[in-house]
Write a protein that binds this ligand. Structure first.
Ligand code: NAP
Length: 235
């Protein structure tokens, strides 16, 4: 690949599922990829596959100090950031009446505050033409069908959708696009935990292909969009 087409990318939650496939495909395509997860072992496995282009960052994104670790590592090792994919997500499934404040803070911390903190801290590294892609959920897409037990998760993802719209307006002058992809069912551990036995129409490599293409090119066509990425009728 020509050097001018090589991008520097940060992908959160790259130890498994969709994020791992995104990281692998980006690295295979010759991009420089920073990947976060709480699992050092799984990150080491990725690093061994791509020793030159992949930079693992062990971090629990629900903890502000650990988000700072990500920022410090990217800032120390890259002069600019072209693509930020806020993919890491956690899901607590519990009837609303049984959810504790801790459950809510945990969902909002990982799914909403971590993207807030990363975007705020890394925006200075993003030049015109850069792209922030927030990975939302159909559960957080306004007007979609909702499911019992997913209030905290869906609210955190709904917040991410709104954050996308707000920041896209604020970053216009800087030329940084912000979009949110609201995913439908993809066959991962998270889906299996939330909907045991459900057969998803899409697997992680297929979704990663779509997300990578969007992350690398979507900023030329979309800004501030909250896009449903689902075969199911949202209503
Ligand atoms: N699969 C679906 O059907 C579906 C549908 C709608 C939206 N999504 C969204 O798509 C994204 C990827 O989901 P997935 O299905 O691939 O999930 P997954 O297989 O459960 O993977 C989640 C990833 O997020 C990371 N993560 C979770 N909590 C974290 C924390 N506190 N700090 C740092 N990293 C954390 C995990 O890494 P470690 O555990 O190693 O830290 C892992 O790499 C998520 O944002 C999810 O909400 C998925």
């Amino acid at each position: 690949m020509a050097d001018s087409l090589k991008r520097t990318i940060l992908i959160t939650g790259g130890s498994r599922g969709i994020g791992r496939e995104i990281a692998i495909k980006m690295a295979e395509d010759g991009h420089t990829v920073f990947v976060t997860s709480r699992s050092a072992e799984k990150l080491d496995d990725l690093k061994n596959r791509f020793p030159d282009s992949l930079h693992p960052i062990e971090s629990d994104l629900s903890n502000q100090n650990e988000v700072n670790k990500v920022v410090d590592s990217v800032t120390a090792n890259a002069s600019s950031l072209d693509v930020l994919i806020n993919n890491a997500g956690s899901l607590i499934i519990k009837p609303f009446k049984d959810t504790s404040d801790e459950d809510w803070y945990a969902q909002l911390g990982c799914n909403l505050m971590a993207p807030v903190r990363l975007i705020r801290s890394l925006l200075g590294l993003m030049k015109p033409g850069s792209h922030i892609v927030n990975i939302g959920s159909m559960g957080g897409f306004q007007g979609s069908s909702k499911f019992a037990g997913l209030a905290a998760y869906s609210v955190s993802k709904g917040g991410l959708s709104l954050l996308t719209e707000c920041l896209s307006a604020e970053f216009v002058e800087q030329g940084v696009a912000v979009n949110c992809l609201c995913l439908g069912a993809v066959q991962t551990e998270m889906l299996n935990a939330a909907f045991p036995g459900l057969k998803a129409p899409v697997n992680p490599p297929e979704m990663a292909d779509f997300i990578n293409n969007f992350a690398l090119n979507g900023q030329n066509f979309f800004n501030g969009k909250v896009l449903p990425v689902s075969l199911a009728d949202p209503k």
